[in-house]
Design a protein around this ligand. Structure first.
Ligand code: PLP
Length: 360
C-alpha cells in the first residue's frame, strides 16, 4: 500500500516510537510524590520544555490535551465568553462544531483569509475572538497569521491559531506569530495518537478557564491524568526536522494534471506535502475507492469519522463550485518516497482515463 494520507495521521517517527516505548516502561502517575511519580513527572516536564522551546512558548504556558480537537475546544471555551467569535471560512470541524453560531471570515479563490474583511469586521463594536488556522487540512493553504495577529492586536481582539497541520511541516512559533494561543496534535506530526497541546501566550492566562476541571492537573487548566508516554512520543516527534517534500508533491501534481486534474489553492502559499486535486465530473468518493483498489491511500477532503464523504466546505468557500465534490486530498507523509509518487502517478493516470471515459 502506498500511504498518501499524512494529514489524517502521520506514520510514527522512529524517535517518537523510541520515546513512547521508553516512557511506557515508567510506572507512576506524574501527580504522585513518590520516586516513580517524580520520574513520570520528569518525563512530562521534559516533553513540556521541549515543545515550548520548539514552538515559541514558555513551558508553563503549555497545556497538554488529548489531541487537536480538545486543544481547539479548550481555546474556544476559554476565550469566547463575552466576545463575538469570528472563524475562518475554511476552519476544521474541531473549530466549526465548537462555535456553530460564529461569524465567518471569508477567503479568496485561493483559500486565503480576506484581511480587509477582517479589519471591517473588527471595526464593528465589541471584543472579539478570531479563530484562524495556520495551514488548511484539505488544501495546505497557509493563512497570513502574523498579519492577522497585528490587525487583531490593533483592535484588542484575541487570536486562536489551529496549527495542527502546520506543526512538523514548517517552522511554527507562537511568539513570532503574535497569536493568543496555538493548537497542536501529536499524530499529525509523527507522534502517537492521544496527545496534543494548547500553547498560550503569556497574556492569555488572564482570560483562561478550563474545560475539564478534575484534579488540578496542568496547573488547574486541564484536569485528568496526562498520557505521559504519548506526550513523550509527541515531543520526540516534534523535535525532528520538517521533511523536504515539495519536489515529490510537485511531481505528483504534474502527473495528476497531465491526466486531467485541476490543482486547487495554487494561487496561495501552501504546505509542501499537500495537494487538492479535482477531477471534473468524477465524484471524490469514486476516486478514493478507485485509488484504494489500486493500492494508494488518499482521502476526499477531510477524513470523516462516519466514513461518509460530504461536499467540502473548504472548497465551496473558495468558490470551487461543483469541483468541491470532485477533489481528493493527497498529503505526503514525512517518509514519502519517489517510488510512492510514481505509484500514485500511474494509479491516478489509469483511474482518470477510465473514470473520465465513463463520465463523458
Ligand atoms: N485541526 C485541524 C486543522 C485538523 O486537520 C485536525 C484533524 O484532522 C484537527 C484539528 C483535529 O485534531 P485531532 O485529530 O488531534 O483531534
Amino acid at each position: 500500500m502506498t500511504y498518501l494520507d499524512g494529514n489524517a495521521a502521520e506514520p510514527l517517527r522512529p524517535a517518537a516510537r523510541a520515546a513512547l516505548l521508553a516512557a511506557l516502561e515508567q510506572v507512576g502517575n506524574p501527580s504522585s510524590v513518590h520516586a516513580p511519580g517524580r520520574a513520570a513527572r520528569r518525563l512530562l516536564e521534559e516533553a513540556r520544555e521541549s515543545l515550548a522551546a520548539g514552538f515559541g512558548a514558555r513551558p508553563a504556558d503549555v497545556v497538554f490535551t488529548s489531541g487537536g480537537t480538545e486543544a481547539d475546544a479548550l481555546a474556544l471555551h476559554a476565550f469566547a465568553p463575552g466576545r463575538r467569535v469570528i472563524i475562518g471560512a475554511t476552519e476544521h470541524e474541531a473549530i466549526r462544531a465548537a462555535v456553530p453560531d460564529a461569524e465567518i471570515l471569508p477567503v479568496d479563490r485561493s483559500g486565503v483569509a480576506d484581511l480587509a474583511a477582517l479589519q471591517a469586521m473588527l471595526e464593528a463594536n465589541g471584543p472579539v475572538l478570531l479563530a484562524l488556522m495556520l495551514a488548511n487540512n484539505e488544501t495546505g493553504v497557509l493563512h497570513p497569521i502574523a498579519e492577522a495577529a497585528r490587525i487583531c492586536r490593533r483592535f484588542g481582539a484575541l487570536l486562536h491559531v489551529d496549527a495542527v497541520q502546520a506543526a512538523g511541516r514548517m517552522p511554527v512559533d507562537l511568539s513570532a506569530l503574535g497569536a493568543t494561543s496555538l493548537a497542536l496534535s501529536s499524530h499529525k506530526l509523527g507522534g502517537p495518537t492521544g496527545a496534543g497541546a494548547l500553547l498560550l501566550a503569556p497574556e492569555a492566562a488572564q482570560h483562561f478557564r478550563p474545560l475539564i476541571e478534575g484534579g488540578g492537573q496542568e496547573r488547574g487548566r486541564r484536569g485528568g491524568t496526562p498520557s505521559v508516554a504519548a506526550i513523550a512520543g509527541f515531543a520526540a516527534a516534534a523535535r525532528d526536522a520538517p521533511p523536504a517534500l515539495k519536489p515529490l508533491r510537485d511531481e505528483a501534481e504534474q502527473a495528476a494534471c497531465a491526466a486531467g486534474a485541476i490543482v486547487l489553492g495554487t494561487g496561495a502559499p501552501r504546505l509542501d506535502n499537500t495537494t487538492s486535486l479535482a477531477l471534473p465530473s468524477v465524484k471524490a468518493e469514486t476516486q478514493v475507492i478507485a485509488l484504494d483498489l489500486a493500492g494508494v491511500a488518499v482521502s476526499a477532503g477531510a477524513a470523516c469519522s462516519s466514513g461518509k464523504v460530504a461536499e467540502s466546505h473548504v472548497l465551496k468557500a473558495m468558490g470551487a463550485g461543483a469541483l468541491a465534490g470532485q477533489a481528493i486530498r493527497v498529503s505526503l507523509p514525512w517518509n514519502a518516497t519517489i517510488a510512492d509518487v510514481r505509484h500514485f502517478a500511474s494509479a491516478y493516470a489509469e483511474m482518470a482515463a477510465r473514470l473520465l471515459r465513463v463520465a463523458a
